[in-house]
Design a protein around this ligand. Sequence first.
Ligand code: PEP
Ligand code: MG
Length: 325
Amino acid sequence: LRRGFGRLRRLPARLTDGEDIELLANVELTTELPPVHQSGAQGIGLLRSEFLFEGDMPDEEEQYETYAIFVRGMENHPVTIRVLDWGGDKGIDRLRALGYGMPEDGQMLSMRGLRLLLSHPDILETQFAAILRASLHGPVRVLLPMVTALSEIREAREIYEKVARRLRRRGIKLPTKLPPLGIMIETPAAAMTADILVHQAEFLAIGTNDLTMYTLAVDRSGALDSNVYSALHPAILRLIGTTANAALRSHRPVCVCGELASDPRAVALLIGLGLRSFSMTASALPLVKQMVRSLSLETCDMLRRQAMLVDDPSELQKLVANFQT
Ligand code: PEP
Ligand code: MG
C-alpha cells in the first residue's frame, strides 16, 4: 500500500474527465512539514496559528521565524496562514487571563475569532507584521477566522494595510499588491451572506467543523454521538452550496478546510456542489486523491442531485457512506 501511495504522490489529483482538483494540507507544527511533502499536497490550505500562542505571547520576531520556516519549507507552494482564533474551544485559559468571561461564565459565543482580535488590535497588528515579513520568502495568503459581517473584514483590512505601510517605513520591501486576505466561512451568517462578504474577501475557506457546530447547535468536542454532530446534514449542504455559488459568481477561490474534506466520499459530493479545492490532514490526502482520480464530474453531479433530494441527516449520511464510483 505504501509503495502505491509513493506513486500516487506524483500523480495529479485529476478527475477522469481531465479537470484538476487542488489538494492542500492543514497544519499546526513545523514538524508536520515532512509528512505534508510526502502526502503530495500542493500547498498549505490552513495553518492554524493557535499553537504559537500557547506559552507567553510571541513577539513579531518569534512569529516571523516560525511562519518563514513554513513558507520556505513549502518551496513556492502557497501557505495560508490563519490569524489567531481564540474562543469557543480554543485558548480558554489565556482568554480568562485577559479578563474575558468564558463558557462556564455563560459567554461561549460572545468573544472569539476575528471579533476578539479586533478588540485587541495589538495582537492582530503583530501577527500581520510577522506574516507580511514571512511572505517575502514565498506565496502567502492570510485568513481571518470566525467572520460574521462585512464591517469586520473591512476593519481587519484597514489594520492589514496600516501594518504594511508601517513595515515599508521600516525599510521592508513589500510588493504593492499585498498577499490576499481571505475569510473562513464557518458561521451560518457568513455562509448565508457569502455573496456580500466576497466584496471584502479575496478568497474563502469553508470550515465545516464550526459551521456544523453553529448550525446544528451541537458541541464539536464530541460529547454526543457522531451521528448528531455530522456535517452531512441537509442544512450544511445548502450552506456550502450557497457559499460555493457566491465564490464562483464573484470569481473568488474557495476551499473546504474542515474535517469533511478528509472524507473521500464527501469530497465527491462537494465536487458535485462546485468545489475544486480541499485542505485536510496530510494523512488523509492519499485516499482523497485516489477517490478524486476515480471520479467524473457527471458522477459527482449525480451524487449531488441525489443528496439534495434527501430530507433527513441520517439518510444523507447513508447515501454518502454507500457511494461507490
Ligand atoms: C473549521 O472550523 O472547520 C476549521 C477548519 O477551523 P478549526 O477546526 O481550526 O476551528
Ligand atoms: Mg473553525
